[in-house]
Design a protein around this ligand. Structure first.
Ligand SMILES: *Cc1c(COP(=O)(O)O)cnc(C)c1O
Length: 383
């Protein structure tokens, strides 16, 4: 592949000679208006109308019954696992090919991640690998699933939708139901993505989003849980608001809980961003199509596209290189030329804190680790 040609193309897309980031936020709506409303009202912190408004709107948008806004995606994952009953010494099945927060959140519960391979096409948790692992290594006792070798309870499964491409979450949920395992969807990257017309994040017992500055919509820092389960919603809210019981002036807290509630000022920004989400998604899809037209005729590189029956949000547009050498060359050339590109994450089971964790063969994860890169995917102002 001729990198120079790629560099010129990306510069022409964004119409600039300056540094091109991987994913910059875009504030084109009511952001300033809502932020000023916060400041003028003095409600900038943990009380204020934008938090409740956002929780209602995220539920409406995704079709979930409840939304709970929190300080970031990582705390949303932590809370989701806790409300699904993950306890000290449990195992949680997840993928090694993910951002570190996924695996960290399991450790926050004093539980152990077990790394299952991904599918090569979706880059998300493989239902076949999941089922193979459970059939070989698990046994049921009193309706709960246990790992025969470690004697630990397998309480939850935490699949992740890589770069906004939906994984086979319907199959994963089917398998987990059979084994009595709760499903938390790490949809941090996948707001707006769909499988068979249903929003990603609404398949599992709980879905989790991130609104960090580099995600599709942002509150500066922020996250949310969505669920159809009334009890899970109630527990999530309680656990993320210091476990305070309702009283107009007395302090009573019924457990050790967290201060994870999203401040009103972040929610104000997020309400303005959510109003533009549909527009952002069509802008990003157009960008992805332009990239596709450019890359499809080129040899030695493949633009990753959504699977049949799914809609990706195209958070980060992804290329598959023919091998690690080609990947390294591409990353070097583009970054040298002030175009930010990035490899997919180093696999979790190679990191010092997770290298002793159980895992399966990881054939597809290892394949993708060597080949996948992300290219500039920001909202295009002239798009
Ligand atoms: C961004 C992200 C998170 C964490 O979200 P924060 O808001 O940064 O805490 C978790 N999982 C995945 C897959 C992510 O991409």
């Amino acid at each position: 592949m001729q990198e120079q040609k790629v560099i010129s193309f990306i510069r022409s897309l964004y119409n600039t000679d300056a540094f091109i980031p991987l994913h910059a936020p875009h504030f084109g709506g009511n952001e300033k208006k809502y932020l000023l409303e916060c400041i003028d009202s003095t409600f900038v912190s943990s009380v204020g109308p934008f938090v409740n408004q956002f929780e209602t709107e995220i539920a409406n948008y995704t079709g979930a019954k409840h939304g709970v806004a929190v300080v970031n995606g990582t705390s949303a994952l932590h809370t989701a696992l806790l409300v699904c009953g993950v306890e000290k010494g449990d195992e949680v099945l997840t993928q090694s090919l993910t951002f570190v927060a996924t695996a960290n959140s399991i450790k926050y519960c004093d539980a152990e991640p077990v790394f299952i391979d991904v599918d090569r096409d979706t880059m998300g948790l493989s239902p076949n690998a999941l089922e193979a692992f459970l059939e070989e290594h698990s046994t049921m006792r009193n309706g709960s699933c246990y790992n025969k070798a470690t004697n630990k309870r397998i309480r939850a499964c935490l699949p992740m939708h890589t770069f906004g491409f939906p994984c086979r979450i319907d199959k994963i949920c089917e398998i987990c139901a059979k084994f009595g395992i709760k499903v938390v969807e790490d949809a941090a990257e996948a707001i707006g993505s769909e499988l068979n017309g249903k929003k990603i994040g609404t398949f599992g017992d709980v879905g989790v989003f991130s609104f960090n500055g580099n995600k599709v919509i942002t509150s500066g820092g922020g996250g949310a849980l969505i669920t159809n389960d009334d009890l899970i919603a109630k527990e999530s809210k309680h656990l993320t608001t210091t476990g305070k019981t309702k009283h107009s002036y007395e302090f009573h807290h019924d457990r050790i809980a967290f201060n994870y509630r999203m401040p009103n000022i972040n929610a104000a920004l997020l309400c303005a961003q959510l109003e533009q989400l549909v527009h952002f998604l069509s802008n990003k899809r157009k960008l992805a199509e332009q990239y596709k037209t450019f890359f499809d005729p080129l040899d030695g590189v493949e633009l990753r596209w959504e699977m049949k029956g799914t809609k990706a949000n195209f958070w980060l547009i992804s290329l598959e290189m023919k091998d690690k050498q080609a990947r390294d060359h591409f990353l070097r050339k583009t970054n040298e030329n002030e175009i930010m590109t990035r490899p997919i994450w180093q696999l979790m089971h190679k990191l010092p804190m997770f290298k002793h964790c159980l895992k399966d063969e990881q054939k597809n994860a290892l394949y993708l680790e060597e080949r996948i890169v992300n290219i500039p995917s920001s909202y295009k102002k002239n798009g």
